[in-house]
Write a protein that binds this ligand. Sequence first.
Ligand code: SAM
Length: 369
Amino acid sequence: MDALRLPVVSSAPRALDAASLGLTARADARAEGLFDRFGRSHTYLRISVIEKCNLRCRYCMPEEGVPLLPKDELLSFEEFERLAGLFVRLGVHKIRVTGGEPLVRRGIDDLLARLGRLKAQGLTRLAMTSNALLLRQHLAAVRAAGVDAVNLSLDTLRPERFRDITLRDGCEETIAAINAAAEAGFAAVKVNAVVMAGVNDDEIVDLARAFALERPIEMRYIEYMPFEGNHWGERLRMFPAQAIRARLEEHLELEDLGLHETAQIYGARERSSGRRFRGRIGIISSMTEPFCASCNRTRLTADGHFRWCLLDEGEIDLRGPLRSGATDAQLSALIEEGLRRKKPGHAPAEELLQAQKAAGARSMIRIGG
Ligand code: SAM
């Protein structure tokens, strides 16, 4: 990688407080469902099913790796099923399975099928985020389990660069798996690329053309976020949403579809030929234009900790109480306690890193992206 020699694009995210986000703390915010003090409703749970991964992406995990949990500290399938069922009864209707790499977890097809059965209890969307390396082997089982949508991560179309970023081979297999997923009948297939200045920002338009021009795949660009040990501000630098948009607009006309999602979603057309893209473009600006005011997400880590924000160190252990015989009411009380601690927004990058250092934070790979 030659990031050091390329221009640095700096970000100036501002501190987020309730007022700047238009959020008002309310003591009475609780109604039916999982609400926090600011009246944000939490209908989306991301479950990390394993911390292990078959890639070593520099922006995701520390170079020295992460200490892996002993197996008995990971939630069992029965425990995931119990907690996921509880979250669904509390108002969650979308679950995303992630990791680590979810397809590395032994028996993952069975776990997905168990989660898929929660559709009888109010779950409407089961999704998975994966690096796709093992997807082709699991595709039929993943579909049969009721997974409706997959987000597949790929930062480059170039095998050599793939190796530089992930420290493994697998570019061709990932592309083949994305192509197979596009034919498999999912309600949505999205490709996630983390954009880093001087690493892969020159492929922004190529990625859009490769996946979204001819097929209804959404090509999503994610701002690189700081995590302890992931080279933030050293070897890797963020390429901000605004610059991603500008780079796309050199070749494509973008039409803001006005959808209020975590990503800004665009339709696209080639400037030169007027040809319309079948798929959409998404830009996820977690750092420069955060979407905290409309955040509806909560997380469950592979070792059974409840987290209410990806970029806040707070978490509550659910596994201990679960294994000591806690009732659903007691577990619900812990989940509500966590949500009461959710802040209106996350801190700017440098403050986040300080807080992560002080807290001996989990890296992205250990939280579940
Ligand atoms: N192994 C799976 C995968 O690769 O998709 C799931 C876990 S991974 C942590 C989930 C997503 O988080 C991926 O799309 C990855 O690119 C993204 N991610 C990891 N570290 C990141 C960072 N520092 N900033 C932004 N996105 C990151």
